[in-house]
Ligand binder design. Structure first.
Ligand SMILES: Cc1cc2nc3c(=O)[nH]c(=O)nc-3n(C[C@H](O)[C@H](O)[C@H](O)COP(=O)(O)OP(=O)(O)OC[C@H]3O[C@@H](n4cnc5c(N)ncnc54)[C@H](O)[C@@H]3O)c2cc1C
Ligand SMILES: Cc1cc2nc3c(=O)[nH]c(=O)nc-3n(C[C@H](O)[C@H](O)[C@H](O)COP(=O)(O)O)c2cc1C
Length: 763
């Protein structure tokens, strides 16, 4: 087969090598615009695992690469005068120039023709002359542009600016991140050694900072001089160096995240950065390029046609690329938003940095560096007011809001049971909540409890609008207080336009077959064409509903609830005012955010007046309507939280969605936690995170990284009322109190856990 690789970077060279190894009869040419040894850039990071994969493919080049590896195990973070070091991270680096020279030598030895200083102008010419054209021409691939209609690339140019520099200053003891505050904002460096006397030194900052410095208009030497000044305390007088002399201007760039919809066209196939990129902060671009080259070569050899080979290559590699791009996106976004974290204590900042890609879990950090993680856990506990030297997971740290003290950070999220009769909780509720209170969570929510019969979602919803409701709730609350250490929160709500619908397990949000009651909402906008059109609330409606909230809050207090939450999320009445999708009012309750918040605040203030001073109030919000900028977006959610905070709300329970049938949520593990993170770290308000959080590790990492103060789990508590006690047992934590009658069960579980049998709980 006659093969040409357009581009002699790691991808093109390694594909050529692999094909020659498979069949020396292939005629292979690599066309590269540069000279053999004028590679730009400095070092790249690989891992031992990648090298093992390469060794299986070609032991010779793998051995040559390994012989030139610089290894390091530590990550150091310099921030606010503190240098924090953690171990066990295991990286290796190699100079990009060395890597390419080794690959060039190996390719030559195998009979590959290397044509340097040859610019590829037009891939179509090569496609006529060769059987197979591998477009490995990198990030700014010309071939990708030439056939853009076929490959349909999505190119997302990111927010930060960076420049790839080198230095002879030693960073040989650790991969080092350095954060420096300057007169124009924060600037940071990613530094790592890649041979005996040279280190990569990537300088990065927000575009705004870059503009203020005027880096864009400077020569490379001018911007280097400024970077040397910024990082002088870390450079010991060593200069920063560029090897991008071929680039005119400043050499700063914005990272383009590339993903092509299709990777092949006729006999042309994209490889490496030309097909997809992964942000440099997780150091995986070269790994992806090399491993994709192996996969492509394997399929070209094994499949009967190029088309079949390309299909299989694309199927296999797309999954890997998406996985790495997802981790890379998390990492990249962390750096893009890093200014949000600059108020964190260095311990928490370091933890947040180490877990930024979400590939490293809490327990995985323990395996890497137990001593460091335990010191971080001790710091967390101490901040929570635990006596000194207690080392326990963050989920078992106490939390205080006003006079309410929670024994741990796990919350049973509110979940409607649809089992009430005329608003009155039944034995179902007594048993259901009793069980969950015994299960170990620090805080137990009851379901959205409605302030009037008309305000119920379904005929099965609970209420607090009749004396018998108060009595029934009091029985439950008394049991919780008498028999457990859990505290109990009453969520009060009004269903608005989503009322008068069927039970959760019937047709959700659909009107009742008979006996519907009239609805009110911010505006006369029905939930769906099937649902009733609600009446837009009048002033009299507002006053009446406010009074109902007040009366329900008074009952909740008499029933003994420890905390109150106003449900202003998920499209119910208060939420219908806040989100612009369901609020088209032209009075002072519609339009600006201030106006849309007005009614919820009126209710809050009225309730606050009757709710005892020592007990906290929370508000649950939908931080994202998932309908683009027609609805609430996370940035506006920060403003919502700021308003709540300024008005005296104690904690924001950050949920999302369920406000529109057009919503397109992006689901995933902990998918709503970023909204809590943003609110907490941009406003300083206490938050609760919720949404697809189901492992103890999720809870611990959210808390330790400062992404929330409390963590709500809903569905996990339906399948396991004892989620917290089971988590504690699985983690080997024996401090959580079990009810006395259950001690024999507890002891057995502890023994089983010691033997690694954790009854399905993943830790
Ligand atoms: C700042 C920074 C730091 C990075 N750090 C790491 C890291 O630590 N670890 C890691 O794995 N990856 C890292 N990467 C990414 C890594 O460099 C790339 O992912 C990797 O080089 C991709 O290999 P490639 O062969 O696809 O593309 P490239 O390495 O870009 O190679 C493409 C080649 O094609 C040539 N070429 C382009 N156009 C033409 C043309 N028209 N005619 C002829 N030749 C042409 C180029 O000269 C180049 O040699 C980093 C990238 C950046 C920007
Ligand atoms: C059966 C069920 C009922 C729910 N009822 C309520 C409710 O009454 N009030 C509320 O704010 N959220 C309610 N939710 C949402 C949960 O509190 C939680 O936000 C959501 O389920 C995501 O958390 P999870 O992934 O841990 O389940 C309910 C969820 C479920 C599964």
């Amino acid at each position: 087969m006659r093969i040409v690789c357009l581009g002699g970077g790691p991808a093109g060279l390694y594909f050529a090598i692999t094909m020659k190894l498979k069949n020396p009869d292939h005629e292979i040419v690599v066309v590269e615009r540069n000279r053999p040894d004028d590679t730009f850039g400095w070092g790249v990071v690989l891992s031992d695992e990648t090298l093992e994969n390469l060794a299986r493919n070609d032991p010779e080049s793998a051995a040559a690469i390994r012989a030139h590896f610089a290894y390091w195990d530590d990550i150091a973070v310099s921030y606010r005068g503190t240098r924090t070091v953690s171990s066990g991270h295991g990286f290796c680096g190699i100079g990009r120039r060395t890597l390419l020279l080794l690959l060039q030598a190996r390719a030559r030895e195998l009979g590959v023709e290397l044509r340097f200083q040859t610019e590829v102008e037009n891939a179509a010419d090569y496609a006529d002359k060769f059987d197979l054209v591998v477009a490995a021409d990198g990030l700014n691939s010309r071939v990708r542009r030439e056939f853009a209609d076929q490959f349909n690339p999505e190119i997302d140019v990111r927010k930060c600016k960076f420049v790839w520099l080198g230095t002879h200053q030693k960073f040989d003891d650790a991969f080092t991140f350095i954060f420096e505050e300057t007169e124009h904002g924060w600037v940071w460096a990613h530094a790592y050694q890649f041979d005996d006397d040279t280190a990569t030194f990537i300088v990065e900052c927000a575009e705004e900072t870059w503009q203020k410095f005027g880096f864009g208009a400077m020569s490379q030497q001018e911007s280097i001089a400024i970077c040397e000044r910024i990082f002088r305390d870390h450079l010991d007088g060593h200069p920063l160096m560029t090897n991008a002399h071929h680039i005119r201007g400043s050499a700063w760039i914005s990272f383009p995240r590339v993903l092509c919809e299709r990777w092949h066209y006729k006999n042309i196939v994209l490889l490496g950065d030309a097909a997809a990129t992964a942000h440099f902060s997780i150091g995986s671009g070269t790994k992806l390029a090399l491993e994709s080259a192996v996969a492509l070569a394997n399929y070209v050899e094994s499949e009967p046609t190029l088309e079949a080979a390309f299909e299989k290559y694309e199927d296999e590699r797309r999954v890997q690329v998406l996985r790495l791009q997802s981790a890379a996106r998390n990492s990249m976004e962390w750096f893009e938003e890093v200014e949000r974290y600059f108020d964190l204590d260095p311990v928490q900042f370091n933890y947040s940095l180490l877990t930024r890609s979400q590939r490293i879990s809490h327990e995985n950090l323990r395996l890497r560096d137990r001593r460091w993680l335990e010191s971080a856990e001790a710091w967390f506990q101490q901040r929570a007011g635990t006596p000194a030297n207690v080392v326990r997971r963050p989920m078992f740290a106490p939390f205080q809001l006003r006079d309410l003290r929670l024994k741990n950070r796990v919350v049973v999220s509110p979940m409607d049971q649809y089992k009430a009769v005329d608003g009155c909780p039944t034995d179902w509720h007594f048993v259901h909540y009793g069980e969950r209170a015994k299960g170990g969570a620090g805080l137990l929510y009851i379901e959205m409890t409605c302030v009037s019969a008309q305000g119920r979602i379904t005929p099965g919803c609970t209420g607090l609008y009749a004396p018998e409701h108060e009595v029934a709730w009091k029985r439950i609350v008394d049991f919780v207080h008498r028999e457990t250490e859990a505290r109990i929160c009453c969520q009060l709500g009004h269903s608005g336009a989503k009322g008068s619908t069927q039970l959760g397990w019937e047709e959700m949000d659909a009107p009742l077959p008979a006996g519907n009651w009239p609805l009110i909402s911010a505006s006369a906008i029905p939930w769906s064409p099937k649902n009733q059109v609600p009446r837009a609330m009048t002033r009299a409606d507002m006053d009446r509903v406010t009074a109902e909230f007040v009366s329900a809050a008074e009952m909740a207090d008499r029933a003994g609830f420890d905390m109150l939450e106003l449900h202003a999320a998920h499209g119910y009445l208060l939420s219908s005012f806040i989100t612009p999708i369901t609020n088209d009012r032209t009075d002072e309750y519609g339009g600006s955010l201030e106006n849309r918040m007005r009614y919820s605040l009126e209710v809050f203030h009225a309730v606050r007046k009757v709710w005892p001073e020592e007990k906290p109030i929370s508000v649950r919000i939908s931080a994202h309507d998932w309908v683009g900028d027609r609805g609430v977006m996370p940035a506006e959610a920060v403003e919502i939280a700021r308003i709540l905070q300024a008005e005296g709300v104690d904690i924001c329970n950050v949920s999302a969605g369920q406000t529109s049938r057009q919503a397109k949520p992006v689901y995933g593990r902990m998918f709503q936690t970023p909204f809590s993170d943003r609110i907490r770290n941009e406003t300083g308000m206490a938050t609760m995170a919720v949404g697809n959080i189901y492992e103890p590790d999720h809870v611990n990492s959210i808390l330790m990284a400062g992404r929330a103060d409390l963590v709500c789990l809903a569905r996990p508590h339906l399948s396991d009322p004892y989620w917290t006690l089971h988590a504690a047992a699985a983690l080997g934590d024996h401090e959580e109190a079990w009810p006395e009658p259950y001690w024999p069960g507890r002891d057995q579980l502890w023994r089983l856990a010691e033997r690694g049998e954790t009854s399905g709980m993943k830790v």
